[in-house]
Design a protein around this ligand. Structure first.
Ligand SMILES: *[C@@H]1O[C@H](CO)[C@@H](O)[C@H](O)[C@H]1NC(C)=O
Ligand SMILES: *[C@@H]1O[C@H](CO)[C@@H](O)[C@H](O)[C@H]1NC(C)=O
Ligand SMILES: *[C@@H]1O[C@H](CO)[C@@H](O)[C@H](O)[C@H]1NC(C)=O
Ligand SMILES: *[C@@H]1O[C@H](CO)[C@@H](O)[C@H](O)[C@H]1NC(C)=O
Ligand SMILES: *[C@@H]1O[C@H](CO)[C@@H](O)[C@H](O)[C@H]1NC(C)=O
Length: 318
């Protein structure tokens, strides 16, 4: 009788234990079934392109009907006063491009490689919300990054990040470094002078404002002229060399001004549908370079016979 009772109790115990296990297992299976959705079907792309195609899942919102639209990552790598502000407004006029501005102009974000990676991860996961973000239907997301904003300082790790995460680089430089230098001098003068009714503007939206800013003619320091030009040239060459293993395109401000079909090349590079891109920005320093500076004759003398002589002549009419 005792043996029989023990056997019965044991049997009941094992039985209830099994039922518990079965029920938990089915529960887990059921909730899994609800969470897993059909993965997005990869578009018809070449195998080498796979690493550049992403389906981010932002933490703060849902991509809704565009959930399965592929997203590409990019970064505009440039130098100050090279037309990158203008170029970015052109890109952002596209319905499917979100370029989030000069995010690393804020020092804490570039204090070390971990803060840089953290910031990039957030941008590329579409969780960085600025006026530029198109959110759910973004097909290309990126930022504008100056070479001197931690980019060259941490270039090895950043190249590794770009190659492993599939980030494409858009280099944007200016061919005429003398024009760029004059633009820098005028812009830094305005930081103190604040010519537009007491506010400093680096970019303007009306020809009236552009005219006021262009009235100021800087004087170029002749001692620094050639060393400065050489330094910028070397910095650009070093950047191109460091990032040559990434997928990239090299653009020059002057070429885009002369031929807007360059912008089609950029859209093809980002694999977004082709659109007519527009910017409301107005160019500040128009016309001949000799009218833009105080000491043109001295500059001309200093650059004659140097590798930079062509900067004196290369002008464009708009
Ligand atoms: C990186 O910088 C951030 C912010 O300045 C700091 O909190 C963090 O400890 C730093 N990390 C490393 C690994 O130095
Ligand atoms: C571009 O955005 C529109 C709506 O804003 C969307 O319908 C379209 O699918 C997007 N295109 C791509 C390639 O993501
Ligand atoms: C400065 O302010 C005056 C009056 O408020 C306005 O008419 C003028 O257009 C402004 N100028 C610029 C350059 O913004
Ligand atoms: C040019 O720059 C050098 C070095 O910064 C400085 O010593 C010199 O005074 C400057 N010359 C003029 C005319 O401002
Ligand atoms: C503009 O650039 C495109 C290629 O980007 C080229 O095919 C075309 O000939 C250029 N047009 C002019 C006027 O230079």
């Amino acid at each position: 009788m005792i043996v029989l009772t023990i056997a019965m109790v044991c049997g009941l115990y094992i039985c209830s234990f099994c039922i518990k296990q079965i029920s938990t297992r089915t529960n887990v299976g059921f909730s899994n079934f609800q969470v897993i959705k059909k993965p997005c079907e990869a578009p018809n792309i070449e195998p080498w392109e796979k690493v550049y195609v992403h389906y981010p899942k932002p933490k703060t919102y849902s991509r809704d009907e565009c959930e399965c639209n592929p997203v590409r990552y990019f970064a505009i790598l440039s130098t100050q006063r090279s037309g990158s502000g203008w170029f970015e407004t052109l890109l952002n006029s596209h319905t499917n491009i979100s370029s989030n501005g000069e995010i690393f102009s804020v020092k804490v974000r570039r204090s070390n490689i971990s803060t840089i990676v953290e910031t990039l991860d957030k941008i590329y996961n579409l969780d960085w919300l600025t006026s530029a973000s198109k959110n759910e239907c973004t097909a290309a997301v990126g930022l504008k990054w100056m070479l001197n904003q931690g980019l060259m300082q941490h270039h090895e790790e950043i190249v590794e990040y770009f190659n492993s995460k599939g980030v494409s680089a858009i280099f944007l430089f200016r061919r005429n470094l003398l024009r760029r230098m004059i633009s820098i001098l005028a812009n830094s003068y305005d930081q103190n002078a604040k010519l537009l009714n007491g506010t400093h503007k680096s970019h303007v939206h009306s020809s009236h404002e552009a005219e006021i800013l262009a009235r100021y003619k800087p004087t170029v320091n002749l001692t620094l002229l050639i060393p400065n030009l050489r330094q910028v040239e070397e910095m650009v060459a070093k950047a191109l060399e460091s990032f040559k293993s990434t997928r990239h395109i090299i653009l020059y401000y002057e070429d885009i001004i002369k031929n807007r079909s360059k912008l089609i090349e950029v859209q093809d590079f980002l694999k977004v549908p082709q659109m007519d891109l527009k910017s409301r920005q107005v160019k500040i320093h128009k016309g001949s370079l000799s009218q833009r500076v105080e000491n043109w004759d001295d500059i001309e003398k200093a650059l004659k016979g140097t590798p930079y002589e062509s900067f004196l002549h290369e002008d464009y009419k708009i």
